[in-house]
Design a binder for this molecule. Sequence first.
Ligand SMILES: C[S@@+](CC[C@H](N)C(=O)[O-])C[C@H]1O[C@@H](n2cnc3c(N)ncnc32)[C@H](O)[C@@H]1O
Length: 388
Amino acid sequence: MGKSTGYNILSYGDMVNNRQRMDPYARTLQQAVRRDSVVLDIGAGTGIFSLLACRFGAAEVHAVEPDASIDLARTMAAANGFADRIHFHQTLSTAITLPRPADVIVSDLRGVLPLFQHHIAAIADARSRLLAPGGVLIPARDQLWAALIDVPEVYRPYTEPWLSNTYALDLSPGQPLVVNTWRKLNAKADQLLVEPAHWATLDYQTIQRTDVSGELSWILERPGTAHGVLVWFDAELADGIGFSNRPGELELIYGQAFFPFQAPVRLEQGDHVAVALSATLVNDNYLWRWDTRARSGDHLKANFRQSTFYGTPVALEALKRRSADFVPSADTSAAIDRCVLSHIDGKTTLGTIAETLMEMFPERFHQHQDALNYSANLAEKYRPATNG
Ligand SMILES: C[S@@+](CC[C@H](N)C(=O)[O-])C[C@H]1O[C@@H](n2cnc3c(N)ncnc32)[C@H](O)[C@@H]1O
């Protein structure tokens, strides 16, 4: 097996098994694919969309996937008699070109939310470089929604063990970090304290910006305790075909994202809550910010400023280390890597590289197997992509 991006076969299986997701994707593909279609499957995983595109008659399919799962996709293409129609590219979509532009581009690169790693940038890049004029993008749009939720049980880990623990220790320094950390939930409809408010539309036909920000506001129609904001997306794969992650709908693999409040807020009917929610892509991940004001008439009940920036102890230092004017220095592992890389020349065996490593870095490598593993991992990282 080749490179791995962290998904495993079980998680790929869960995606394929999720009928509420798969059925609308399959219907949209069937509607879009013609006999002479060129289809691009970005993030093919185990190749499910590529196989379906062939089943629906596509002439030429390009399956792009950096993960080692592409090996399984190849085997399954052969098992289904589609090997001659699917071209495999073990790399990122941003690194490929196509012999003919695609009539259909299909993908699902989302995490819990579509604001996930480089999803938006990858779609925008594929749309501008790889899609034929008038071609079809699947999904077409995602709509993002948010609501306040009343979830005392879910909130418990945000106070325990940090503010009260059975060992009489002061763990309170952990609490500011944990309340600035979001998590996945599968919330129930009756946990929503308010009607969902629309936060943003991601229109993949036009989207360029990877960052999203918007104001949310609610006037409470019933009393309750708000423990945070729940955010989810509804997918529009094509006009009239999609699925929803709204609590109360049939559960999907995505779930919803729960952004906790700094402290629970007791709210009465008529109270006003405003949340400024923003997601900014920093390096490979989104930095989330949620600033909340809750009012009862003139009385300010809550005024929170929260961000995932405060959710990691070393966020500021780590950011500084990624700025353009930072001068990096390296420890001895750089010399070790340099040594291995200088010997990966298409002629030298891993065994020989491992022996060289042991000679040059005897303090670091005591076992031949250790040096061999180290060299093999690095060689795997830089292995040329195998296409076709
Ligand atoms: C959620 S999985 C989807 C797998 C499969 N298409 C499905 O729907 O069941 C997303 C996959 O996209 C891949 N991926 C993410 N960004 C990519 C990109 N720019 N180009 C190609 N693959 C990408 C990841 O490695 C991952 O395997």
